[in-house]
Ligand binder design. Sequence first.
Ligand SMILES: Nc1ncnc2c1ncn2[C@@H]1O[C@H](COP(=O)(O)OP(=O)(O)O)[C@@H](O)[C@H]1O
Ligand SMILES: [Mg+2]
Length: 247
Amino acid sequence: MEKIAVEVKNLVVSYKEIPVLWDINLKIPKGCLFAIVGPNGAGKTTLLKAMLDLIKADAGFVNIDKTLKVSYVPQNSSVSWDFPATCFDVVLMGSYRSLGWIKRPGRKEKNNAAACLEKMGMLEFKDRQINELSGGQKQRVFLARALMEEGDIFFLDEPFRGVDVVTEKEIIRLLKSFKEEGKTAVLVHHDLSTLCEYFDYMALINKSLIAQGPCSEVLLSEKLTQAYNGKISPFGVGYANIASNVR
Ligand SMILES: Nc1ncnc2c1ncn2[C@@H]1O[C@H](COP(=O)(O)OP(=O)(O)O)[C@@H](O)[C@H]1O
Ligand SMILES: [Mg+2]
């Protein structure tokens, strides 16, 4: 049987006593690319945060394999930097967890931070203030920090939002190379047309879990219509590209 990286069981999450997510049951296999998909306000970000214990659940539980080191890249727009930090600083922060807060990063960590920036094509911006970058450039820097953290499982909230197509393809290539190393990535994703190309499995949610499984199966099912409140049909007009990916 395949190993499970994350298990979510009967999860319920509320904001100020108003439930926004319920009946969430998920099994995310180790070594796969997993998409969380659903309309705006479906609770995708909330689910990711609840998985990471950044939000307290009302009921149910989340189990992340304890041997896995977790790395989280929040939704781009949600990160505001009102204190001065260069790209280099932000990436170097990725070493704090392994060093602990007491020890200061040394030469080794600094060289590693530069290498991670270079890998994401951002070395030339290393001294630039993070808030002086475009959305796509910021996303690259946050990915460089995730690289620095040397995680085994990555949680990324809409990493392709506001990035150009070249960056998107680079990010997916990077995640696929992680997968080759047996790592796992869980992404909130909203572009149905690239799901089958990018991901192995998906969970379709709209407040509760509507469907989960291999992308091709979920996309072809009537559940898609249900998740999007009747506004999308499987193989619907305008989604012919999904069909071509599936075949
Ligand atoms: N901090 C919060 N306080 C109250 N309601 C929130 C908060 N964050 C999100 N919500 C609500 O919870 C629901 C799910 O939000 P979210 O998880 O951000 O959805 P998604 O990421 O799928 O667009 C939405 O109705 C949203 O308005
Ligand atoms: Mg969101």
